[in-house]
Design a protein around this ligand. Structure first.
Ligand code: ADP
Length: 395
């Protein structure tokens, strides 16, 4: 079956068409600036990529253009839409309602809508993508795969905040965690590479990208994770602050004369390594800056790695041990220096980095020495493939 994987944002739409038998990507691409002007980048495998500037007033037009490119005589990879057997949608927030992927029905759409409050920037966009596909491909079954679902196995003691319990009861305020598709995929793949059953492993997955989260996976199940009610909690990220003293919000709002909304905007968009360095949210720029002697670029990278190491320590503690630390996503897969910095704190776990193997970028590799008691690995994530697999499994 050919599965179209859709990841819809407020003004963008990423897609991949995946052959579920060979697991090959047939085409992938991105619609940007939806509702503004519109740009489509379409990359058919084995053919030249195309970039088209085209009017995209809404997501339905964007999906229509994607379907047109997929079936286009010159740039296409399928001869008709009949070949698309299913659509898998990434949905950011499934609240407590969704502990697994589901086939999309009108009831499911209503239940996703009910979670909009918890992810006001993401879920409405995901729903727009679902509705656009339903409109243009009414007979093709669709599946929703949630970023939060994998973490629904967390015990109460891990997901409850130290707040009045009624906020959990009335407003569902608790830790949900994100990047679940990635944490699930990487932890399973880690076990597979080692020839082990996930049930027999304690893995800490470090998903380090523009957004970063750490997850403790015990026996194949998420038992704790660093992101919370929203993706703002955890380690400092590209532009997000990560965990801070909550009193800072009021303090800065008063000092800088900012509204609550403006202060939250600072925490989401102007903080993290961007905020510390004052240079960039991109770890490559920070490395370049540090290499040229920019102390704040170096400091931003140090703060980040230190924070990741603290979560690793915390999760090793709550799982009473850890077998493998797996690094994934943009930074985790491609930045040997950040991995080295994180692992420099983990000697007490009997983890020693093999400096040569640690030079790897974007490839599966065990990067700890043969003598290490705890392994470190690079395991590239593949959220689209995981969504395609889930979609096929459900149908
Ligand atoms: P997102 O959270 O947007 O999915 P990614 O997982 O794609 O993010 O990670 C993006 C980040 O990965 C970039 O900000 C960049 O800092 C980092 N990155 C990507 N490639 C490299 C590289 N070759 N070396 C160092 N860092 C990289």
């Amino acid at each position: 079956m050919k599965v179209l994987v859709i990841n819809c944002g407020s003004s963008s739409l990423k897609y991949q068409l995946i052959d579920s038998v060979t697991e090959q990507v047939l085409a992938k691409g991105l619609c940007e600036r939806i509702g503004i002007d519109g740009r489509l980048t379409h990359k058919p495998t084995g053919k030249n990529p195309v970039q088209i500037s085209v009017d995209m007033p809404n997501h339905t037009t964007a999906v229509g253009l994607v379907l047109k490119e997929l079936t286009d005589e010159a740039n296409g990879v399928i001869s008709s839409l009949e070949e698309i057997g299913a659509v898998g949608h990434r949905v950011v927030h499934g609240g407590e309602k969704f502990a697994a992927s589901v086939v999309i029905t009108p009831e499911v759409i209503a239940d996703i809508e009910a979670c909009n409050d918890l992810a006001p920037l993401h879920n409405p966009a995901n729903l727009i993508g679902i509705n656009a596909c339903a409109q243009l491909m009414p007979h093709v079954p669709m599946v929703a795969v949630f970023d939060t679902a994998f973490h629904q196995t967390m015990p109460e003691k891990a997901y409850l905040y130290g707040l009045p319990y009624e906020y959990y009861e009335k407003y569902s305020v608790r830790r949900y965690g994100f990047h679940g598709t990635s944490h699930s995929y990487v932890s399973k793949r880690t076990a597979q590479i080692l020839g082990k059953d996930p049930k027999d492993l304690k893995v800490i997955v470090c998903h380090l990208g523009n957004g970063s989260s750490i997850c403790a996976v015990d026996g194949g199940k998420s038992v704790d994770t660093s992101m919370g009610l929203t993706p703002l909690e955890g380690v400092p990220m590209g532009t997000r602050s990560g965990g801070i003293d909550p009193a800072i919000v009021e303090f800065i709002a008063n000092k800088e004369d900012l509204t609550l909304e403006q202060t939250m905007n600072v925490l989401n968009k102007k903080s993290g390594v961007q905020g510390i360095s004052g240079v960039s949210s991109d770890f490559r720029d920070l490395q370049a800056g540090a290499d040229q002697g920019n102390k704040r670029c170096a400091l931003a990278r140090d703060v980040f790695a230190y924070s990741v190491a603290k979560y690793v320590g915390a999760y090793a503690a709550v799982m009473n041990g850890v077998d493998v630390i797996s690094f994934t996503a943009g930074v985790g897969e491609n930045d040997p220096d950040i991995r080295k910095k994180v692992c420099s704190y983990l000697g007490y776990l009997g983890l020693w980095l093999d400096e040569e193997k640690n030079c790897v970028r974007g490839k599966e590799e065990i990067i700890s020495t043969a003598q290490s008691k705890t392994l470190a690995m690079v395991v590239p994530t593949n959220e689209e493939l995981a969504i395609a697999r889930e979609t096929v499994a459900l149908l």
